[in-house]
Every structure is written in structure tokens, then in C-alpha cells.
Design a protein around this ligand. Structure first.
Ligand code: ATP
Ligand code: MG
Length: 427
């Protein structure tokens, strides 16, 4: 084989969703849409590429994402552009650009691919899908409660509520964090020898992130660190209290985790994560928090914002562990045609059926072949029954129905009778 005819493969960490996997994606996406619309959320569609400066300013220069994970390139005009590593910055950019935030509240969502140059492994990819939920203009803890309730409803609908634990924390305000940061740095400086190299570096650039370490050797030193909760002011404390009271009233269980700081710089007050111990190291399925300050940081007026991002691949992996996911077959009825006249008649009849029953999934065999080979395909398609048209059927203006999933004698019906038969089957 000539060298230049070698197959080109996908980029490492970027995956195809094959046809056999897409029914599961549709099932999850449909449930997501239903839950979001039950709470009055609207979809916003955003570009996948933004100016690099947007992410640097929004996410922060000393975060993992901006330091080492972004796909940044120069376009033909010499502008620095970046494949979005997350959706919050672009969503807020769009809302500010279109003046959506003037005296208005918004409840928004988007679903699409994000890009991060990370080391690929199970649950960690270079292109992955996120559902983002973002709300603007609401200061009170009721909206914090709402988005947590909404996600909880989704877990229930998908049957995975027992696999996810909600962790909560409050990061307070920037001012409160400044005070806390001093205490934290002081503490870690007294325990320098227990910090790994990464944490030594973070201690200088972004000390709160030391708490986020995944290094088990540092478990002890992190657990004994001062708690941010002890440095919160009255307002932050009251906000957190209202949220936990609301969740208690709604019967939503949670764990307060004072070490939960989140990877991004823009959070304040409420932060939360749903974690699972069923997916190995990549256990965070959904994460979010309040980011009021980001609006001003991106050039808007003082305002309020809270949202979360859900990793779709990790969510799907959790659902794949369930034994009974109600996924419909992609074909209900399979049409078999043998003979030239039957082929012509069949196409006409198939269109008539689709006119009558737009929701029926009818697949017509288009590759000719014997009855036997077409039956095999009918069986593989997952269809409940086959409509068969051969020369005899054409002569008699009839079709045969063969049941593929249950033992029942074959039927011979007129075209009108088939329409009636299908109606009964659809019920
Ligand atoms: P992690 O600690 O796992 O790196 P993160 O803090 O970087 O997560 P966020 O930026 O908060 O993650 O993204 C929200 C969610 O998106 C994560 O909880 C996860 O489910 C998913 N996610 C993030 N990065 C990836 C990735 N590289 N591949 C697959 N899913 C991801
Ligand atoms: Mg990450």
C-alpha cells in the first residue's frame, strides 16, 4: 500500500459517537431538555471559538485551564483564538454583548463540545461535551436552591440519584477570601515539607487551589488546614444558611465540604459538586457555583450569576452502569420487498404509512436480496415485525406481516387493514 493511502485517525482524546451509542445520548438529552423546560430555562447557542483574551480574563491566568489546557491558535488574520474550554465565559460574553442583562433575569442552558489539552484517560478527554446551566440577575439563595433542585430532579429522572452525592461549600466574597488566604498561606508555610511540588507552586500563585490537590499523601495536611467557613462575613453566612435550610425543606441531602474550592477563579459564595465513587478517579460529574464578580470582570455592571456544568460523558458512563435504561429501538417496522413490481409498490406504500403515522419508525430494505437475507436484516434492525411484499402479494393487492419478537402466525392483510393493524400496535 502506498504510504499516502494510510488511514488517518482521530486526534487523541477526541471521540466519535457511533450510531449504536447515539440512542443513549438522545435519551439523556431528551430528559435534560424536559427538566430544563419544566423550570422555564431557555437554550442559548454559542460559538465554539472565542478570542483568547476572553478566557484569560474570565477563567484567570493562573488556573490549570489557562496555564496548560487551552487549544489556542492564530487565525489567518493573526488574531489569537481559542477553542472554548468551558461555556460560562462565552455565555456571559454573549449576554453582555447583546445587552440581555439590563434589569432582566435569565435562566439559560447550552449543550456542546468543550476542548482541553489534558492527558486522556477514562472520563477525561480533549473534546468532551458539557451541559451548561447559567442564570443571571438573581441575588437570593433561592436561585442557588433552584438549580440544585433542578439537577437533583434530573438525577432522579435518569435513575442515578443514589450514585451521586452533593457536596457544598461557600467561598465567601473576594474580601473574605483575602483574609482567609493569608491564614492559609501561613499554615501551609509551616508545613512546607508536606507539600508536593505542584502545591509549592500553587502556594505562591493560587494558594486556595492547594486544597484541591488529588495527591493522597497530602490528605492530612489539607484536612487540618484552616476552614474558609470560619472566615465568612454575616452576609455570606446567611446566604449559605438559607441555601441549606431550603435544601433541608426540600429533602435534598448534601455534605458540607470545606475543602471544596473548584478549579476556576471566578466563584464566590455558593460552590457545589456532585461526585460519585463508581467512576474511579474522574468522579466529579457536575459542578458549579455563584460567580457574581465575573460580570463586572468582563465589563458589565454589578450583577448576579450562578450556574453549573455537567460532564456528559461521565453522566453517560454512570447511566451505562444501570441495567434497565428505557431506550427505544431505532426501527419499529421493517419492509421487505422482492420483485420489481413489489419494490415499486413497497415504496409507495411506505410513504402512505409515514403519512398516517409520522412517529412510526419504518425502515425499507433498499439493497434487494432474497427473502432470506432480507429477513436477517429485519431481525437485526430490532423491528417488532416485518411487512413483506412479494410477487403474490402484489397480484392480490395484499401484504404479509411477520412477527419478529413473538411467536404468532404470519398474517396476510390488505393495505387498509395494515393501516388499522399498525394503529392497534402503536397503542
Ligand atoms: P476535574 O477536576 O475533573 O478536572 P474540572 O474542575 O476541570 O474537573 P469543570 O471545569 O468544573 O471541571 O467542568 C465541569 C465538568 O465537566 C466536570 O465535573 C466533568 O464532569 C466535566 N469535565 C471537565 N473536564 C473534562 C474532560 N477533560 N473530559 C471529560 N469531562 C470533563
Ligand atoms: Mg480539570
Amino acid at each position: 500500500m502506498a504510504k499516502n493511502s494510510q488511514a488517518i485517525q482521530a486526534i487523541r482524546g477526541m471521540h466519535d459517537v457511533l450510531p449504536e451509542q447515539s440512542p443513549l445520548w438522545h435519551y439523556v438529552e431528551n430528559n435534560i431538555r424536559e427538566v430544563l423546560s419544566a423550570y422555564g430555562y431557555q437554550e442559548i447557542r454559542l460559538p465554539i471559538v472565542e478570542k483568547t483574551a476572553l478566557f484569560k480574563r474570565a477563567i484567570g491566568e493562573v488556573t490549570d485551564i489557562v496555564e496548560k489546557e487551552m487549544y489556542t491558535f492564530e487565525d489567518r488574520n493573526g488574531d489569537s483564538l481559542t477553542l472554548r474550554p468551558e461555556g460560562t465565559a462565552g455565555c456571559l460574553r454573549a449576554c453582555l454583548e447583546h445587552g440581555l442583562l439590563h434589569n432582566k433575569v435569565h435562566r439559560l442552558w447550552y449543550l456542546g463540545p468543550m476542548f482541553r489539552h489534558e492527558r486522556p484517560q477514562k472520563g477525561r478527554y480533549r473534546q468532551f461535551y458539557q451541559l451548561g446551566v447559567e442564570t443571571y440577575g438573581m441575588a437570593a439563595a433561592d436561585i442557588d436552591t433552584e438549580i440544585i433542585t433542578l439537577a437533583t430532579r434530573l438525577w432522579k429522572k435518569l435513575g442515578i440519584q443514589d450514585k451521586l452525592q452533593l457536596q457544598l461549600n461557600s467561598l465567601g466574597t473576594t474580601e473574605e477570601r483575602v483574609l482567609y488566604r493569608e491564614k492559609l498561606v501561613e499554615y501551609f508555610k509551616n508545613h512546607q515539607d508536606e507539600l508536593d511540588e505542584d502545591s509549592q507552586r500553587r502556594l505562591i500563585t493560587n494558594p486556595l487551589r492547594v486544597l484541591d490537590t488529588k495527591n493522597p499523601a497530602m490528605k492530612n495536611v489539607v484536612e487540618n488546614a484552616p476552614s474558609l467557613m470560619d472566615y465568612l462575613g454575616d452576609d455570606s453566612r446567611a446566604h449559605f444558611q438559607t441555601l441549606t435550610d431550603n435544601l433541608d425543606n426540600l429533602g435534598i441531602s448534601y455534605q458540607i465540604n470545606p475543602r471544596l474550592v473548584r478549579g476556576l477563579d471566578y466563584y464566590s459564595k455558593t460552590v457545589f459538586e456532585w461526585v460519585t465513587d463508581e467512576l474511579g478517579a474522574q468522579g466529579t460529574v457536575c459542578a458549579g457555583g455563584r460567580y457574581d464578580g465575573l460580570i463586572e470582570q468582563l465589563g458589565g455592571k454589578n450583577n448576579y450569576a450562578i450556574g453549573f456544568a455537567l460532564g456528559m460523558e461521565r453522566l453517560l458512563s454512570l447511566i451505562e452502569l444501570l441495567t434497565d435504561v428505557p431506550i427505544a429501538a431505532s426501527v419499529d417496522v421493517y419492509m421487505i420487498r422482492v420483485g420489481e413490481q413489489a419494490e415499486r409498490q413497497g415504496l409507495l406504500f411506505a410513504e402512505k404509512i409515514r403519512d398516517e403515522y409520522p412517529n412510526l419508525k419504518l425502515q425499507v430494505n433498499c439493497n434487494e436480496g432474497s427473502f432470506k437475507s432480507q429477513f436477517k436484516k429485519a431481525d437485526k434492525s430490532g423491528a417488532k415485525f416485518a411487512i413483506i411484499i412479494g410477487e403474490d402479494e402484489v397480484k392480490n393487492n395484499q401484504v404479509a406481516i411477520k412477527f419478529l419478537r413473538e411467536i404468532q402466525p404470519q398474517k396476510t392483510l390488505s393495505y387498509e387493514e395494515v393501516i388499522e393493524f399498525l394503529q392497534k400496535q402503536l397503542k
